[in-house]
Design a protein. Structure first.
Ligand code: SF4
Length: 209
């Protein structure tokens, strides 16, 4: 085998370069929808412990999820025609909280007709749909002005879909931003620390939940 040809190195560069770009491009007053959904400390740790953030982008579970996304998006385009499926569509919206303006940004996996589609690749189908995933879609509905969203799970045990139609309100988004600024509650969910790459440097880490 030609040892010059190294797919692992290619995937590594792809992920690391993308993660670096994302970190560098993020403005000080920019908040991603995902920052509002998960533990607020992660938002600060991402910048502070940059190398941990970059290493996490090469976590095989993350890559697996990424590949499932790309695959499903391509399959949908093939079935419905690429003109009828928009993928990786970025949205942003300004919101003022405590006299300061913030830009909330989100990237929707796919748009088909008047539906937003969010793809999730869980390790298991236990307890789906997850509360934080529904919350993410409610925030996307707020961000985009769409009325309907579909949450699609691809798991080893089950392929399942859930509809979300209730957008988050301005008040809820403001409260989430306040919670992000206050760095509380951290974690937002008791299970988060188990999967958190920053748990190795975090004083708030919850052990044994
Ligand atoms: S270890 Fe837990 S509390 Fe600390 S950043 Fe991660 S999720 Fe948040």
């Amino acid at each position: 085998m030609d040892m010059e040809f190294d797919i692992i190195a290619l995937i590594y560069s792809w992920r690391i370069e993308e993660a670096k770009k994302k970190l560098e491009e993020k403005l000080e007053n920019e908040i991603y929808v995902t920052d509002l959904v998960y533990c607020p400390l992660k938002y600060y740790f991402q910048k502070k412990f940059r190398e941990i953030t970059l290493a996490e982008s090469f976590n095989p579970v993350t890559i697996y999820g990424e590949v499932v996304h790309v695959g499903i998006e391509e399959v949908l385009k093939e079935i419905l025609g690429s003109n009828n499926v928009k993928t990786e569509v970025e949205y942003e919206k300004n919101i003022e909280v405590e006299g300061k303006s913030y830009i909330v940004k989100g990237r929707v996996d796919a748009i088909i007709g008047d539906y937003l589609i969010e793809i999730k690749s869980s390790r298991s189908d236990a307890n789906i749909p997850h509360k934080h995933h529904i919350q993410q879609l409610r925030l996307y509905l707020w961000l985009t002005g769409f009325k309907k969203a579909l949450l699609l799970y691809i798991t080893p045990n089950r392929i399942s879909q859930y509809f979300v139609t209730e957008p988050a309100s301005d008040g809820e988004v403001s409260d989430l931003i306040r919670s992000l600024l206050a760095q509380s509650p951290a974690p937002r969910y008791s299970w988060e620390c188990t999967y958190c790459p920053f748990s190795i440097v975090c004083s708030n880490k919850r052990v044994g939940t």
